[in-house]
Design a protein around this ligand. Sequence first.
Ligand code: PLP
Length: 392
Amino acid sequence: MSSKWGFSTRAVHAGHPEGMEGSTVIPVFQTAAFSFSSSEEAVKRFELGEGYVYSRYGNPTVRSVEEKVASLEGAEDAVLFGSGMSAILVSILSLMKSGDHLISEESIYGGTYTLFNEILPRYGIEVSFVDSLDKSQLEGALKPNTKVLFLESPANPLLKCLPLEKLARFAKGKGIISVVDSTFATPYFQNPLQWGCDLVVHSATKFLGGHGDLTAGVVAGPRSLLDPMRKLFHRHLGTVISPWEAFLLGRGICTLSLRMERSAHNAMLISQWLSLREEVSAVYYPGLKSFPQYEIARSQMRGFGGVLAFELKGGYRAAEKFQDSLKLISRVASLGDVQTLVTHPASSSHRMLSPEERKKRGISDGLVRLSVGIEDCQDLFSDIEQALGALS
Ligand code: PLP
């Protein structure tokens, strides 16, 4: 769909197939395979890639949602996956081989860290973790076999923001492909390709789907990188999304701008309010002027997202007590839902890191992450207030 249309218009209309009996929504092609009208047509579909053969190879519902995401990311194309992790895995596998070296930002989602730290090295891919805000660490990590720079911005769970344009330029200058996990920002607030990054990945399980009812992932970028990924790796590793989940994702994306506006509005108000509470020693939200990378976030994002984190002075016990006392906000190890969710990273998403590694990444025992939903903000305030009251 033409980029002359605004974001919300593209979120609703892009990828919508024509000629589907006038259907006003993307239809669900809940089928494993597609019949051929003749042997000649079968040859055409296999050899020329015209039309559909088998849903692991491609499916019209999935394709429609890929086109929707590509439009929102300002990308040539996009590939949908069954989860964010499979999107990250397949991106890396299609860009790298045994003997290659990956540089990864150290502040990344815990599952991505495990993939890079424990799985990739088993297959001969070497990984270095760096603080990519520190140029000397980045340059020091470079090797002749470095192929990929992996970034996450804003990052889980401290919302660390990275200067995407600068890092993309650095990577390009060294002939390295840059991949950015932009899950927290969503294409509504940030388009990494606009800043020169090569690929953008999302856990579409989060804000893109937006209702906590599916798992999905997506990679967007140029066809030169996506075609080999789709045709060789994605198809043969079977990392596909089901048509039904793709349908739910496409439906969720239609309301992305409305949901993100409301979540970000609520998150900003809660961050400002928490900053004034005596039980809280620090608040991390890219929209706060006190946030260390506020200027970076402001320069490359159109809004600051729906996730914030804060530290409770009482440490691990206070974090546990706080989340156990919440009545409206759910204790869930996820984010990006219409309902507000609380997570204690030390006991959930980042529990696989040793206490030393967590400390090195600034993830204290008292850190609490809130994924702010679209509820009435006043109700969120009263739930948080009564939970903070339970600490005294
Ligand atoms: N990237 C980020 C930033 C995440 O927060 C997550 C999951 O929480 C993932 C990737 C993995 O996505 P999924 O759970 O859809 O596999």
